[in-house]
Design a protein around this ligand. Structure first.
Ligand SMILES: [Zn+2]
Length: 157
């Protein structure tokens, strides 16, 4: 995971210092060194710069592909549902639902019992994530919500 050093870390997009109270975004390394966006993976940026970045869609799409491959190759993970906005995976080892917010490349773990609370009152305080949660709620509702997730889990046996 990208390292954030107070008063030292510069935004990968605008090159200004990232202050303590700035919302920030980072991912782990997920791109090959030959990829044109490689230097942005495993680096830190202002969330506002990231959200306005003209390469965000491409970056997030690559991240999503990388995560999907990882989940597919992991025996403890089961892909439950996917829409244009979200990818929902169940991790049997963690007894958690992992929701990938595809458009912003943010992966969140939610305990199965906490899903309703999480959807109505997100623990993560970053505003750019909260804004995306409206999409998650709409998609989860469309797909049958938590009950549907539980049905899918039962069908896994
Ligand atoms: Zn910036």
């Amino acid at each position: 995971m990208a390292i954030f050093l107070r008063g030292k870390t510069r935004c990968a997009i605008c090159d200004r210092l990232i202050e303590d109270n700035d919302e920030r975004f980072s991912t782990s390394t997920f791109l090959e060194k030959t990829h044109p966006l490689w230097r942005y993976a495993d680096d830190t940026m202002h969330a506002s710069c990231y959200m306005g970045w003209d390469r965000r869609a491409e970056f997030a799409s690559e991240y999503c592909d990388s995560e999907r491959r990882w989940f597919a190759g992991h025996p403890d993970c089961s892909l439950l549902m996917e829409t244009a906005n979200i990818l929902v995976v169940y991790g049997s080892r963690s007894v958690a639902v992992m929701i990938l917010l595809k458009l912003i490349a943010v992966l969140v773990d939610v305990g199965l019992d906490d899903l309703d609370d999480w959807l109505s009152m997100p623990a993560d305080g970053q505003r750019f994530v909260q804004a995306e949660l409206d999409r998650v709620r709409a998609d989860l509702d469309l797909l049958g919500g938590k009950d549907h997730i539980l049905d899918l889990l039962r069908s896994l046996g």
